[in-house]
Ligand binder design. Structure first.
Ligand code: IPM
Ligand code: MG
Length: 368
């Protein structure tokens, strides 16, 4: 049988350097676990714009539709701030999500014991934290029409539209309930049903799906602003959080920081199953392109490496190998390995991006 295929899109800023470390991990699996992948690489975001004048070339889009999984680094940077909106680096990523129809964005926030002291919250509030945000990713205000900046009388008006169909809510809800069953069986759905009709419909559909097919899962509802507050007050009350595209964007950055650093959080964006049974899938760290530290070997590669662990689990049915990789990350952190984002100013010399990658590879080898 042919090896599973992976398309790597490092993108911009620190995307390239963290992806180098992921390739070390991929190579390790080929050499040590009889798990080889056909890896190809291409451009997205500003780097694609520099070469093609668009943030995602049609050929790259077509290739992304064919592979078993896409791994993406990060997009964007100050060099592209003044570009026309339609060719901004972010449009490349949004096109991938939309055209691959990756409606379920899984963003786990786990606090590793070794980092509990480093969180900006008190240790007992975050230690042992393990929550999963399921963010709807292909609809809502990110894509709703009408949108644009229009003339209105003697001034301009900026318009975006929050729009959700019942079937869009339904499929996101099912993804959350299915995940909850494999975890602690709890879903908290977040919207603003107190001020938005789309939130009223969201709550209705989630309740209906729950009653029809997932009554065994514990379901609660929360307004998203309260959800943000509860996330920093008592985050361990949550298991799976189900929410829309924009609230999910905001709440997941908030949840990320509970774990100590944005440099730790992976994500999986999943769509419907393909002919081979694997879901359409794109994996990316939650962090951005961090232009301020790009190219200096300071970036933390863990979020990107843990995104590959999610690929092992959700695309390649290699849950044990995913756990092996997650354990290797936990081990190096427990041993004190730290990139700069995980240290205070007085904590000594941080590891470089590649030293962190090497340490994780070493821990993988030690696990055999
Ligand atoms: C994210 C990012 C993206 C988003 C940007 C880069 C378009 O913030 O994945 O959370 O807003 O979805
Ligand atoms: Mg975001």
């Amino acid at each position: 049988m042919a090896n599973p295929s992976i398309l790597i899109l490092p993108g911009d800023g620190i995307g390239a350097e963290v992806m180098v470390e992921v390739r070390k991990i991929i190579d390790w699996y080929g050499a040590n676990r009889d798990l080889s992948f056909d890896v190809s690489e291409d451009l997205v975001g500003g780097s694609a714009y520099d070469k093609h004048g668009v943030p995602l070339h049609d050929d790259t889009m077509a290739h992304a539709q064919e592979v078993d999984a896409v791994l993406l680094g990060a997009v964007g940077g100050p060099a592209y701030d003044d570009l026309d909106f339609s060719v901004k680096p972010e449009r490349g990523l949004l096109r991938l999500r939309k055209e691959m129809d990756l409606f379920a964005n899984l963003r786990p926030a786990q606090c590793f014991d070794a980092l509990a002291d480093f969180s900006s919250l008190k240790k007992d509030i975050v230690s042992g934290l393990d929550i999963m945000i399921v963010r709807e990713l292909t609809s809502g205000v990110y894509f709703g029409e009408p949108r644009g900046i229009f003339e209105e009388g003697n001034e301009r008006v900026g318009i975006n539209t929050q729009r959700y169909t019942e079937s869009e809510i339904d499929r996101a809800a099912r993804a959350a309930f299915e995940l909850a069953r494999k975890r602690n069986n709890k879903v908290c759905s977040m919207e603003k049903a107190n001020v938005m009709e789309s939130g009223i419909l969201w709550r209705e559909v989630v309740t209906k799906v729950h009653q029809a097919d997932y009554a065994d899962v514990q379901l609660s509802h929360m307004y998203a602003d309260n959800g943000a507050m509860q996330l920093v007050r008592a985050p361990k009350q949550f298991d799976v959080i189900l929410t829309d595209n924009l609230f999910g964007d905001i709440l997941s950055d908030c949840a990320a920081m509970l774990t100590g650093s944005l440099g730790m959080l992976p994500s999986a964006s999943l769509g419907a199953p393909m002919a081979n049974g694997r879901p359409k899938a794109l994996y990316e760290p939650v962090h951005g392109s961090a232009p301020d530290i790009a190219g200096q070997g300071k970036a933390n590669p863990i979020a990107c490496i843990l995104s590959f662990a999610m690929a092992l689990r959700y695309s390649f049915d290699q849950g044990d190998e995913a756990t092996r990789l997650e354990n290797a990350v936990e081990k190096v952190l427990a041993d004190g390995a730290r990139t700069g984002d995980l240290m205070g100013p007085e904590d000594g010399t941080p590891l470089s991006t590649s030293q962190m990658g090497d340490a994780i590879v070493e821990a993988l080898s030690a696990s055999l």
